[in-house]
Design a protein around this ligand. Structure first.
Ligand SMILES: [Zn+2]
Length: 65
């Protein structure tokens, strides 16, 4: 079962619902019960990215003699 992220346009609540695609129009805000929901597409998560990390740096003490 896929999950969908929504944000309520009434109260701003963000939540994830697990339902089939054809039922996603039936989603309601768990906080206020509103049906005015904006679907969030979070397929690619940017959280925790290693931005600026020097993971591929060559070792300093390379000894080619
Ligand atoms: Zn709401």
């Amino acid at each position: 079962m896929p999950t969908y992220d929504f944000r309520c346009q009434e109260c701003g609540e963000r939540f994830t619902v697990k339902m089939s695609w054809k039922d996603k129009d039936k989603a309601t805000c768990p906080a206020c019960g509103s049906k005015k929901l904006q679907q969030l597409f979070t397929g690619i998560t940017i959280l925790g990215g290693n931005s600026g990390g020097g993971g591929c740096a060559a070792p300093a003490g390379s000894s080619f003699s």
